[in-house]
Design a protein around this ligand. Structure first.
Ligand SMILES: Nc1ncnc2c1ncn2[C@@H]1O[C@H](COP(=O)(O)OP(=O)(O)OP(=O)(O)O)[C@@H](O)[C@H]1O
Length: 312
């Protein structure tokens, strides 16, 4: 018993979780929590053990050691699991010959969920118009939506998505990103995996980074940004030399970017904007450079990539 843990606040609790396949330890003493009302990004290079961890959370693989609980209970002790946790682990796993409606209806029926939920989740995911079409005819984006609709059938407080934007076009990516944010706003806990930092930067509130099955970072997104991604801000203005002088005087480090832009570090975009306003300088661009986050992630996980290369 942990007296400090407030019931309902921590939705997934992973403790010392370990998975061995023969001599290989693919998840190694992993501990982290996933909180309600947040999108938690689960990041790691390919093969880091994200899918295996997610499979253990929902009881599809047995831990070699350690434990996972959802709202304080092990998955197998949940009376109607779909009402507690929805998981999209493999979007391809849809019966192609069934219509979207019948796919969802079969799932609802086999889990003892009311029929009306089918119509509700179809509306929620914007799929009413295609409910009568066979899933086999769907684009990847629509199959993903159908998979997400299925996770919502039991109206669970905890949602788990494994690489949901993989292979989607920008519109599909944006839809999923917005959808996850809206689920978190409703107070649900959302755990979403990715091997790309850039996908998380705009989606996640919290980050859990793993490599070689081990925890590398467990941190708030903004904290992570401040510590690692502070990087640079790209600035464009009619007289870059004069503004560069102002920036340097204010304590920033400035270098010349492409096409007469300025690459500024040591000041936030907001501070630069205020400085420009103070001196009456018009800026035509002021953009924080997030690319460095991807670099930080690569740097963080480079050991695990080396390991992968060596064993491949
Ligand atoms: N059933 C299994 N038997 C043996 N090894 C397995 C099994 N399932 C996964 N692995 C191995 O465990 C490691 C972690 O795989 P996992 O799929 O969890 O990683 P991941 O981080 O989700 O990566 P990806 O994004 O590529 O799926 C991989 O090296 C994989 O080959």
């Amino acid at each position: 018993m942990r007296a400090s843990r407030i019931p309902g606040m921590t939705s997934i609790d992973v403790r010392g979780l370990t998975k061995r396949y023969g001599p290989r330890t693919v998840v190694d003493d992993l501990s982290f929590t996933v909180s309600a009302g947040q999108v938690t990004g689960f990041l790691g290079p390919n093969g880091a053990g994200k899918s295996t961890t997610m499979r253990m959370i929902v009881g599809l693989a047995a831990p070699s050691a350690g434990s996972v609980t959802i709202a304080g209970r092990r998955y197998r002790d949940l009376p109607v699991p779909l009402t507690q946790v929805g998981a999209l682990l493999d979007a391809g796993a849809v019966h192609g010959g069934r219509t979207a409606y019948h796919h969802l209806l079969a799932l609802a029926a086999s889990n003892g969920l009311p029929r009306r939920r089918v119509a509700e989740v179809l509306v929620r995911t914007g799929m009413e118009g295609v409910a009568g079409r066979r899933a086999g005819e769907f684009s990847l984006g629509m199959r993903q939506r159908l998979g997400i609709a299925a996770t919502l059938l039991g109206d669970p407080r905890v949602l788990i998505f494994d690489e949901p934007v993989n292979g989607l076009d920008p519109e599909g990516i944006r839809w999923i990103r917005d959808f996850m944010r809206s689920l978190a706003r409703e107070g649900r806990a959302v755990l979403v995996s990715s091997h790309l930092m850039s996908e998380m930067a705009q989606t996640a509130d919290h980050l859990v980074v793993i490599g070689r099955g081990r925890l590398i970072a467990d941190t708030g997104m903004s904290e992570f940004m401040r510590a690692n991604g502070e990087g640079t801000v790209l600035v464009r203005t009619a007289d870059p030399a004069a503004f560069a002088q102002r920036l340097s005087t204010a304590g920033a480090t400035v270098r010349e970017g492409s096409e007469s832009s300025l690459v500024v570090s040591g000041m936030t975009g907001e501070q630069i904007g205020k400085l420009a306003a103070y001196h009456g300088v018009a800026l035509s661009e002021l953009s924080p450079q997030r690319a460095s986050l991807e670099d930080v992630f690569m740097e963080l996980t480079s050991d695990s990539l080396d390991y992968q290369g060596a064993t491949a």
